[in-house]
Each structure stands twice: as C-alpha cells, then as structure tokens.
Design a protein around this ligand. Structure first.
Ligand code: ADP
Length: 445
C-alpha cells in the first residue's frame, strides 16, 4: 500500500480524499494555490504545498508545478479528484514516467474514453446503442450539415474533449447549426485546448442515468448500480439519486451489464462511470467518465462501498475484495449540490465571505463540504461549496429527509442554491420521481 499520496485538487473533493487517506493510514499531501491559502481543508492534511497563484492554469492545471511538489514531498501516488487534471492522459503519463502512481485507469484507456468520439466507437463495439450522429469528429461544416439532415433536427453539437456541459449547442436548423459550430469550436478551444466537435441527434426530454463501475488491475469488474442525474440546469447536474426512480429493473440490469462489458473491452481499472440517456425503454450511451464523480456519495450510501478508498487500493495493485453478488444496493439516497450562486443573476457564481454556516444533521444525513463560517469563497473556481446527501429506507423517506435537511441548512453572507433546491424538493413531479433532463429548465422558465 502507498505511504504518501499527493492530492492534486481543492475544496470538498480534496477533503474527501484526505478522509480516505486517513482511514487507510496513508499520509496526505495537499497542494493549493495562493487563492486557497486559507482553505479549511488544508488544516486536515498531513502536509501542504503552495503550487502557484490563484488562476487554475498556473496552479491546479500546472503539470510541472504539481510534479515538482510530488517530488519534493516524496509521494508514491497522486489522486487527481475530479475536474482539473483528473482526465488528462498526459498528466497521468508524466506521473508514471516519474515513478508516481496516478490513481486512475491506464493512460491509453483515459485517452480512449476521454475522447467522446473514440468512446462512442468503443461503445458500439461493445454492442451498445449510441445516439445517431457523426461517426467521429466532423471535418467540416458541410459534413455537420449532412449529418444533421441524415439524423434530423434538432441536433446537439458537442466538443470531443468536452465536459461539464461546456462546448455544447443545440441547433434546430441549418443556420443555427452553422453559427453554433463556430461558437462551440472557439469555446472548446479555450476550455479544453481542442476545437474538435461532433454532432448527434438531440433527444427531447431524456433521463440521464449512469452506472458506477469499479475494476481492478487483475481484470475483475463490477458495477455498483445506477444514479439518476436528470435534474440539471443547462446540462449540468444539480440533484442526483440512486437508484433512478424512472427506470424498470430489467432496464437497469441491462444497462449495468452493458457497462461492465464496455469496461472489460477497454481494459478499465479504477472507478468509472458509464453515462446513458434513457428514452422510454431505450438507453443510449453518451460517455465514460474515467474518475470519481461529484455524485459518488449516493452510490456509497446505498452500497456501503467507499469508492475513494477502493480507487486507492486498486491503484496500489490490490484486487477487488468483492464479487458482483456481494454488492447489494439497499434503500435510497439523494444528493443536492450546494453552489455559491445568485438566483437573481441567472445563477452566476456568487463568491464572498460566508458569515454563518450551520449544516443540517441528524439521522441519514451526510455532508461533504470544505467551508465554515468566516470562509471566503474565492471567485477563481467552480461554485460548488458542498454536497448534502441523505439516505432513507425507501425513496419516500429519503425525499422527506432531504426536505427536512434543506430546511435546517443555513448558509449566510453569500447567495446559494439552497432556495432552488428547497423548491425542487417540494415540487410534486420531483416528489413523484416524474422528471427528465428538461425538468429544471422548464421549472425556471
Ligand atoms: P458533459 O461531458 O459536458 O457533461 P454529456 O455528454 O455528459 O456532457 O452531457 C451532459 C448532459 O447534456 C446530459 O446529461 C444530457 O442532459 C444532455 N445531453 C447530452 N447529449 C444529449 C443528446 N444527444 N440529446 C439530449 N440531451 C443530451
């Protein structure tokens, strides 16, 4: 097992990995930018190293700075969290070239599944249905127009290297497609350093359901059930739950089995997520995320498996301690993302000083948050300030518990997503589990 791990991330996920390290008796070394010098999570690390100024490009995304820190701290492995360098194959390669284990899949696998067009090909090979669209990255606007005519409008333009809902555009006709291609291309170039795009049919009102998988380096792969992440704003997840209230058991089984097959085919190891869109009784592969997800706690709550500790054990070469039959999801879990954002200004980030912080508590409540009263939410990073998750014996209890927990929660000094979350949890459609990816945008329009 590793003795020291460097955590190349910040905020709640850095804290989540520190906690896993502590329980495994591994020392944690956390890097931070000058914008995070007063981050409360740093106090809980065994060692901290400043890697540069606040802008991510010069700190959390700077491979040379992180590798230097890893060498100075003499760590055995790097945990990248999610976002930042977590799916950067080059970073994984540099780590391993420096004899530092990268906690994640092989470089080739990261490369293959990180490229959405390549991932689609792998999915088709594994017998999965994908949304109709271009075979690979589109070479020209003309090709995109041809694809759109073939599959029919509306279509969705996606960045090949995209993530977090960025670089995506819906187009309802040729003109919108042409302007959309232009703006998506430049957004993708800026956000991901890769302007390549592909085009697929835009499904109207699907559910987003994903499958959590875990694979070891010996070739054993299991799934840990599904998560429904259909409550989204502008293609970004806001509330997640497990299991999905909107799919039947046979569909769930098919999706889970198909995900394991895909993972086996690409030689996957570590924790990963296979994402699908579900419409009626059909499910379509959209992408693989080769990292731990923001919403992993709901799976941990229903399965009892600590996904971050498993990631670390797998990277250290330990075989999975469980077989598929040992994993029996039980009960129901829901997670709400707490964001520092201003509902009166189109949910734009709302950085600033937190004057009061009183988290919810009591039975079945789990909080993953790195903030405290007096903390200044910096403007440089994602607006996620924590996650509130609840567990119940069934969905009804989990919903009631989440309503109660959201009522208890107090965050003052900055604007947050709490009022929006309370509204959703009281919405009759949500309470019935009757919602799809358009639900939240419709509610707000
Ligand atoms: P990202 O990697 O940027 O998060 P995804 O491919 O995971 O992008 O898609 C994010 C969300 O966008 C999905 O959960 C879904 O709501 C929506 N979406 C993606 N592809 C389609 C599609 N073909 N039709 C309709 N909605 C889609």
């Amino acid at each position: 097992m590793f003795e020291r791990i460097l955590i190349a991330n910040r905020g709640e996920i850095a804290l989540r990995v520190i906690r896993a390290c502590r329980e495994l008796d591994i020392e944690s070394v956390v890097v931070y930018s000058r914008g995070d010098a007063d981050g409360p999570w740093l106090e809980l690390a065994d060692e901290t190293i400043c890697i540069g100024p606040a802008p991510s490009a010069q700190s959390y995304l700077s491979i040379p700075s992180i590798i230097s820190a890893a060498e100075i701290a003499n760590v055995d492995a790097v945990h990248p969290g999610y976002g930042f360098l977590s799916e950067n194959a080059h970073f994984a390669e540099v780590c391993r070239a420096n004899n530092i284990e990268f906690i994640g899949p092989d470089v080739e696998t990261i490369r293959q599944v990180g490229d959405k067009a390549e991932a689609r090909k792998a999915a088709v090979k594994a017998g999965l249905a994908v949304v109709d669209g271009s075979d690979g990255p589109i070479a020209s606007d003309e090709e995109a127009l041809e694809v759109a005519r073939k599959v029919g409008y509306p279509v969705l333009i996606k960045a090949v290297s995209g993530g977090g809902g960025r670089g995506m555009r819906v187009a309802h006709n040729d003109i919108a497609l042409q302007t959309g291609l232009q703006s998506a291309r430049s957004e993708a170039e800026i956000a991901f350093g890769d302007p390549s795009l592909y085009v697929e049919k835009y499904l109207v009102g699907p559910r987003h359901v994903e499958v959590q998988i875990l694979g070891d380096q010996q070739g054993n792969i299991v799934h840990l059930g599904d998560r429904d992440c259909s409550v989204q704003r502008r293609h970004q997840k806001v509330i997640e739950e497990s299991p999905s209230p909107g799919i039947a058991a046979d569909l769930r089984n098919k999706m889970c089995r198909a995900s394991v097959k895909l993972a086996k085919n690409v030689g996957y190891h570590g924790a990963g997520t296979v994402e699908f869109l579900v419409q009626g009784k059909k499910f379509y592969f959209i992408e693989v995320n080769a990292r731990v997800q923001v919403e992993h706690p709901v799976t941990e709550l229903v399965t009892g498996v600590d996904l971050v500790k498993e990631q670390i054990r797998i990277a250290a070469g330990e075989p999975l301690g469980r077989k598929q039959g040992d994993i029996r999801p039980k009960g129901h879990a829901i997670e709400c993302r707490l964001n520092a954002e201003d509902p009166d200004r189109g949910f734009t980030p709302s950085p600033g000083r937190v004057t009061r912080y009183l988290p919810a508590g009591g039975p079945g409540v789990r909080i993953d948050s790195h903030i405290e009263a007096g903390y200044f939410v910096p403007p440089h990073y994602d607006s996620l300030i924590g996650k509130l998750a609840v567990y119940g014996d069934n969905r009804e209890e989990a919903v009631r518990r989440m309503q109660r927990a959201l009522e208890e929660f107090r965050i003052e000094g900055i604007r947050t997503s709490l009022p929006l979350l309370r509204r959703v949890l009281r919405n009759a459609y949500f309470v019935r589990g009757d919602y799809n990816t358009r639900f939240l945008d419709d509610l707000l329009s």
